[in-house]
Design a protein around this ligand. Structure first.
Ligand SMILES: Nc1nc2c(c(=O)[nH]1)N[C@H]1C(S)=C(S)[C@@H](COP(=O)(O)OP(=O)(O)OC[C@H]3O[C@@H](n4cnc5c(=O)[nH]c(N)nc54)[C@H](O)[C@@H]3O)O[C@H]1N2
Ligand SMILES: Nc1nc2c(c(=O)[nH]1)N[C@H]1C(S)=C(S)[C@@H](COP(=O)(O)OP(=O)(O)OC[C@H]3O[C@@H](n4cnc5c(=O)[nH]c(N)nc54)[C@H](O)[C@@H]3O)O[C@H]1N2
Ligand SMILES: [Mo]
Length: 760
């Protein structure tokens, strides 16, 4: 098997380990922010750019999807948002000369970190069949190449159109429109690997696949349970909201195998106390075993029922299925609960008491809940727990799936989904006068299977880093190499550009921070945050190169080249004036009436959400549904561990900003595995030793990731942690969540093995 590229290059991966920290942000975060931004773009440009982040006349932070409050600070961003901005606004450039000097086979041996550090791509590049070097290609020729390959397909379903969640509403709407006029619903997106499980569970139980709380609800909640989420790193601005809630008397509980620093204590860099003492956030930390959350919420349900601490009126009026749920919850076996969660009776009772004392409860969650085989029933269980006391659809209460990419939620609203509703397709047909395809398309995992099996031949990506973000790296890379053509619309170089089909294109695009000038003048785009707020985003920097096209421009030109004169859609008009795109969105997508007017109000507008707004539940039963799945949790064979693959503080998914994970006490390297000291000892390993991680799958196959430094860490027995994308090689393609088909990245059975000299 081919040797993996090193994790770090040219720097040696040599992790230095100290004790984990117990607080996040504070004055040192400001230092880290300015250092990161200054290194990429110089101090002056860094300051001027950062002052525009998340301001009402500025651009939306390309980091996470956390909303902005009504009262904006001068610095409405966080350390990690600043890193995301710096990565995009960098002054480093990847030019045609760079590609001439670096053949693809050489770039494929470089790490993702090294590739990303080279800077912004400046021109469209083409890798012709049988060659090893990308050559510059004029835009029109690039679109011709794509049109020729698509025309050669037997059916449009042999093409796949992936989207990552940074794409604006306008670009996303045009992109799905193009795919559907072409004749396919093959629109996989990063959501398939992310909150798909939340969408599935919430649609079935509440009728809307999105969160039901606004920022104000979080501020007003009595109890906030944060389960399976690390906001200190991944949604740092959420810490300000938690601090606000805390100051108003809220209790905060973290349910997490790891004691994440950001949840322990927050030193708000915007306030004077924040620079010194900070606020203790978590009142109770429950160090749950990986995959134990369904059992925890079921146990809470049982306790609430036994205490008869229920909102009977709400249950009678607004819900369905309570009797079955009650019977199931009462039959819960405490031994199962204690085994699944690894918690004590006393710990669960403490949380139960907090719930009894809280008039309003919000549950927030992220990847710790969504990326398990039983993720969908787990999230349904969270909903049942909230329904028991009417904690949905009233102030200070509700479900809060915290989204990842800054516009991942908006992309879905715009129709980036492989299983569109009939209503959405009918609306497209009525507006544009063509018959969209009705068959379901491929999601991420099925797209990899189709590429692997040769039934998909053209792969087009609107952003993202498909081969590095997806599971089963060797399988996925081999699948990608079978394609006839791979195309990436990108800002920065990444591994997906160097693991290519027979031919490949890189189409460089504007980032959020950049001015978007079209025939009718400067344009803005719009995004939707994690709480359903839609607002404008306007870049201010000069584009990284004069050759860049905006994403909407790329889609419209692609559509004209591929669909030709038969298209019923005025693509050129859309490119010239994004208001015309928004006019169409307003007529097709519910909640966007008067889009152009309302989005021009400072701060934008909030999309309707029936459960939140009126306690109406557009489900099959017309009520909020209790559900009763069997209690499940991961089974780990003797001598094996369960591995979760997660993010360090210095990465944005597959983009590596640096080699430190400051809050966890790790510096200078990423190939680390966090283990309970007793688990390490049971494997004959000491802190500082090196081990291979070998995953085992039900079909008897094994997968290996080599050379991880053992780090003693406060994680429950049997539960290990290591960073992705390095560990994606370990996750079998077929290891996915039931119903949502999301890769079960937080639940991989592994064993530890001494490095084998044969693999060295
Ligand atoms: N700086 C930065 N910001 C980001 C990103 C980034 O990479 N960098 N990525 C963005 C994206 S796309 C996303 S989806 C989000 C991701 O945000 P998170 O979901 O916070 O990201 P992860 O690092 O995967 O962290 C998972 C957390 O869940 C815990 N966990 C794991 N398994 C379990 C479990 O079984 N039960 C419980 N209760 N907890 C568990 C882990 O210990 C960890 O704290 O962040 C977004 N924001
Ligand atoms: N093992 C494991 N795997 C995971 C996860 C995990 O927790 N564990 N998390 C999963 C999750 S939650 C997600 S969301 C996926 C993420 O999967 P992706 O969204 O596919 O990956 P990213 O790393 O976010 O994509 C980064 C690339 O996006 C491009 N880019 C950045 N900004 C822009 C822009 O404005 N426009 C365009 N066109 N391109 C841009 C750059 O070229 C950059 O290299 O990964 C998933 N993979
Ligand atoms: Mo995500």
């Amino acid at each position: 098997m081919a040797k993996k590229p090193p994790a770090t290059d040219p720097v040696q991966d040599a992790p230095q380990v100290t004790a984990p920290q117990h607080s996040a942000a504070g004055a040192s975060a400001i230092g880290h922010t300015l250092k990161a931004a200054g290194a990429q773009m110089g101090a002056r440009r860094a300051t001027l750019t950062l002052l525009k982040v998340n301001q009402k006349n500025g651009f939306d932070c390309p980091g996470c999807a956390w909303p902005e409050g009504d009262h904006r600070h001068t610095f409405e961003f966080c350390e990690n948002g600043a890193k995301a901005v710096a990565e995009e606004a960098t002054l480093r450039r990847v030019t045609p000369d760079f590609f001439a000097a670096h053949p693809v086979t050489e770039l494929a041996r470089r790490s993702g970190y090294w590739l990303g550090q080279q800077g912004r791509i400046t021109q469209p590049m083409y890798l012709a069949e049988g060659t090893d070097t990308y050559q510059p290609v004029p835009w029109e020729r690039a679109f011709e190449i794509i049109a020729t390959e698509i025309a050669a397909l037997d059916h449009p379903d042999q093409a796949v159109f992936y989207t990552s969640g940074r794409t604006s509403n306008e670009a996303a709407f045009l992109y799905q429109l193009f795919a559907r006029e072409l004749g396919t619903n093959n629109l996989p997106d990063c959501s398939n690997m992310c909150h798909e499980s939340s969408g599935s569970a919430l649609t079935e139980t509440l009728g809307v696949g999105k969160g039901s709380v606004l920022l104000d609800d979080l501020h007003r909640a009595d109890l906030i349970i944060v389960a399976g989420q690390n906001p200190g790193t991944n949604h740092p601005r959420m810490l300000s909201a938690l601090e606000h809630a805390k100051q108003r008397g809220a209790t905060i509980v973290s349910v997490n195998p790891l004691p994440e620093a950001g949840l322990e204590r927050f030193k708000n860099p915007q306030t004077a106390t924040g620079l010194t003492r900070g606020t203790t956030l978590t009142d109770l930390h429950l160090p749950i075993r990986l995959g134990g959350d369904q059992a925890l919420f079921r146990a809470l349900g049982r306790l609430l029922i036994e205490a008869d601490a229920l909102d009977h009126d709400f249950i009678a009026q607004h819900t369905h299925g309570f009797a079955d749920y009650e019977a199931t919850a009462r039959a819960t076996d405490w031994n199962d609960v204690l085994t699944a969660t690894g918690l004590t009776h006393a710990e669960i009772h403490r949380l139960h008491t907090l719930v009894l004392n809280a008039k309003s409860v919000v549950v927030c969650w992220a990847m710790g809940l969504t990326q398990h085989k039983h993720a969908v029933p787990t999230i349904r269980e969270v909903v049942s727990f909230l329904l028991l006391r009417g904690n949905v659809g009233r102030p200070g209460a509700g479900v809060c799936p915290v989204r990842g990419h800054s516009n991942v939620q908006g992309d879905r609203t715009m129709g980036i989904v492989e299983r569109p509703t009939t209503a959405f397709l009918d609306a497209l047909r009525d507006e544009f006068g063509f018959e969209p395809p009705r068959d379901h398309g491929l999601d991420v995992v099925d797209a990899i299977r189709a590429l692997r099996d040769g039934t998909a031949k053209v792969f087009f990506a609107m952003g993202g880093n498909f081969v590095a973000a997806t599971p089963d790296t060797d399988v996925t890379e081999a699948a990608m190499r079978r394609a006839r053509l791979t195309v990436h619309v990108s800002t920065k170089l990444n591994r997906s550009h160097v693991i290519t089909g027979a031919r490949a294109l890189i189409l460089p695009t504007l980032g959020r921070t950049e001015r978007d000038h079209q025939a009718t003048g400067d344009q803005f785009v719009t995004v939707e945050d994690s709480m359903g707020m839609v607002h404008a985003s306007r870049g201010t920097l000069a584009p990284a190169s004069p050759h860049l096209l905006s994403e909407p421009a790329i889609v419209t030109r692609l559509a004209r080249a591929v669909l030709g004169p038969h298209s019923t859609i005025p693509w050129a008009d859309f490119e010239n004036d994004y208001d015309l795109i928004r006019d169409r969105i307003a007529r097709v997508v519910p909640g966007f009436t008067d889009f152009n007017t309302r989005v021009r109000h400072p701060g934008g507008f909030t999309l309707p959400h029936a459960p939140r707004d009126s306690r109406t539940f557009p489900t099959a039963t017309g009520k909020a549904n209790f559900t009763t799945a069997p209690l499940t949790y991961p089974h780990v064979p003797e001598g094996r561990l369960l591995l979760q693959t997660l993010r360090s503080h210095d990465q944005y998914n597959t983009t590596i900003y640096g080699l430190d994970d400051r809050y966890r006490g790790i510096k200078g390297g990423r190939r680390v595995v966090l283990l309970h000291p007793d688990d390490a000892a049971a494997h004959g390993l000491a802190d500082g030793d090196y081990t291979d991680l070998v995953s085992e799958w039900t079909d008897g196959t094994q997968r290996r990731a080599e050379g991880f430094r053992v780090v003693h860490y406060p994680t429950p027995r049997g539960c290990a942690a290591a960073y992705f994308p390095e560990t994606n090689v370990l996750i079998p393609l077929d290891h996915t969540a039931d119903t949502s088909n999301t890769p079960a990245a937080k639940s991989v059975v592994i064993r530890l093995e001494q490095p084998n000299p044969a693999h060295a």
